[in-house]
Write a protein that binds this ligand. Structure first.
Ligand SMILES: CC(=O)SCCNC(=O)CCNC(=O)[C@H](O)C(C)(C)COP(=O)(O)OP(=O)(O)OC[C@H]1O[C@@H](n2cnc3c(N)ncnc32)[C@H](O)[C@@H]1OP(=O)(O)O
Ligand SMILES: O=C(O)CCC(=O)C(=O)O
Length: 382
């Protein structure tokens, strides 16, 4: 597949900020938009203009920043929402409406006909104003397939440039996702964006399944922020496309860690140390067999190098270490350990790591080494 075919649509500033309790300041929104633009995302969903106030000001500031990325405003299928987007000067609008019967009946309290009519009216209105249009089928994954196809066809006829398939409650799994997206593309012939949620931990897998079926846009958020369990994470999707599907979407991946750390701080949602791709510990190796392998040839236990995502490798000395890692650690300090010294010292390392319930700092290793030398000298009667 050609690399340029898949486009990344980032919604950190819309769905990401909808994470319960998260608020970005206007300055943070602008800075995140700049960083997203800098790493090369195709489109930034900047927020919800109809909210007015700070949100509207932030979106206007992002538009004025003159970024390379397309700037999208999110809207309900409501004309006044779209008018608010147009006032912000965005070049793209998302027009969203629920398509599942459960949403239509219990949330909107309307009918399928009303949904079609509202979407078509809103799309035709936006089309007249010359903006790019994504029509979003909210709760698409719980929507009757015949109705979803009818909705997608009507969106295309009304002038939509793409359909956003929303797995709103994260209920899909990759095998079904593949079939559904393939059917939409074959039967309607409209470009599809994947918008997946992580309620069952499958947001990234579902997004990839959609790409495999022919979707050409992937909606993501930095660090997987978003409603409830969040959305497919930008860093995961980009790296998985590259290393699992061999699709390079042209993102400057060496800046991912910096972006993730900024968003973690601005959102006050700390990055777990084992967070895929950008966690602090994902290139940390303690186990003897792993550390030995990585010292000899990093690809034995690393799919890509830490530098590629702005991270760094650490060889951690702790309970599970082996002699190869220990010898190498002491080499960093100009100390050559014999095999026998390393074996003996390792016993002390293990005992102390168990006592402290953590790996050891370099300073602690040096103290252990000094103790070991003293004991050895005493034994030898020196
Ligand atoms: C799955 C998602 O992420 S959808 C995006 C969700 N994001 C947000 O809600 C964040 C921003 N939201 C807001 O600021 C407000 O909810 C606003 C400005 C959009 C609307 O505010 P209010 O007018 O006060 O309405 P409120 O939010 O309480 O209720 C939503 C109304 O929109 C209707 N609605 C919901 N979705 C849609 C839609 N896609 N298209 C048309 N109408 C919709 C609801 O049925 C309800 O209408 P009702 O008043 O006739 O019952
Ligand atoms: O993206 C949309 O327009 C729908 C709202 C959403 O975020 C979702 O359904 O998950």
């Amino acid at each position: 597949m050609k690399n340029t075919e898949i486009k990344i649509v980032d919604t950190t500033l819309r769905d990401g900020e909808q994470t319960a309790g998260v608020v970005f300041s206007k300055a943070e929104k602008l800075q995140i938009a700049r960083m997203l633009d800098e790493i090369g995302v195709h489109q930034i969903e900047a927020g919800i203009p109809v909210m007015g106030g700070d949100e509207e000001e932030a979106i206007k500031a992002i538009v004025k920043a003159g970024l390379k990325a397309s700037i999208m405003g999110w809207n309900r299928a409501v004309i006044s929402d779209i008018e608010a987007s147009l006032r912000c000067g965005v070049d793209a609008v998302a027009i969203s409406i629920s398509t599942s019967d459960i949403h239509i009946k219990y949330k909107l309290k309307k009918t399928r006909e009303w949904v079609l009519e509202s979407m078509v009216k809103a799309t035709e209105f936006a089309k007249k104003h010359g903006v790019y249009i994504s029509v979003n089928a909210e709760d698409a994954s719980r929507t009757d397939m015949d109705f979803l196809l009818q909705f997608a066809k009507a969106a295309k006829e009304a002038g939509a440039d793409r359909l956003r398939y929303c797995d709103t409650v994260g209920i899909m799994e990759p095998f079904t996702m593949y079939e559904v997206i393939k059917t939409i593309i074959e039967k309607v012939g409209i470009p599809v964006e994947m918008h997946t949620h992580n309620d069952f931990g499958m947001a990234t897998a579902n997004a990839l399944a959609g790409v495999r079926a022919g979707a050409t846009y992937v909606g993501v958020t930095v660090n997987g922020l978003g409603e409830r369990a969040g959305n497919a994470a930008l860093e995961e999707v980009v790296m998985a496309l590259k290393y699992i599907y061999n699709i390079d979407v042209g993102i400057k991946t060496y800046k991912l860690r910096e972006l993730s750390e900024y968003v973690a701080k601005a959102s006050q949602r700390e990055l777990p140390v084992n967070k895929a791709i950008v966690g602090k510990n994902i290139f940390a190796h303690e186990s003897g067999i792993h550390a030995d392998g990585v010292i000899k040839y990093p690809k034995t236990y690393e799919v890509f190098s830490p530098e590629e995502v702005g991270g760094e490798r650490q060889i951690v000395i702790g309970k599970h270490s082996g002699t190869h890692a220990l010898i190498r650690k002491f080499q960093e300090y100009g100390i050559t350990l014999s095999e026998e010294d390393a074996q003996e010292l390792l016993k002390k390392v293990r005992a102390l790591a168990v006592e402290l319930k953590r790996p050891l700092f370099d300073k602690e290793l040096m103290y252990l080494y000094q103790d070991y030398l003293k004991e050895k000298a005493e034994k030898e009667g020196v």
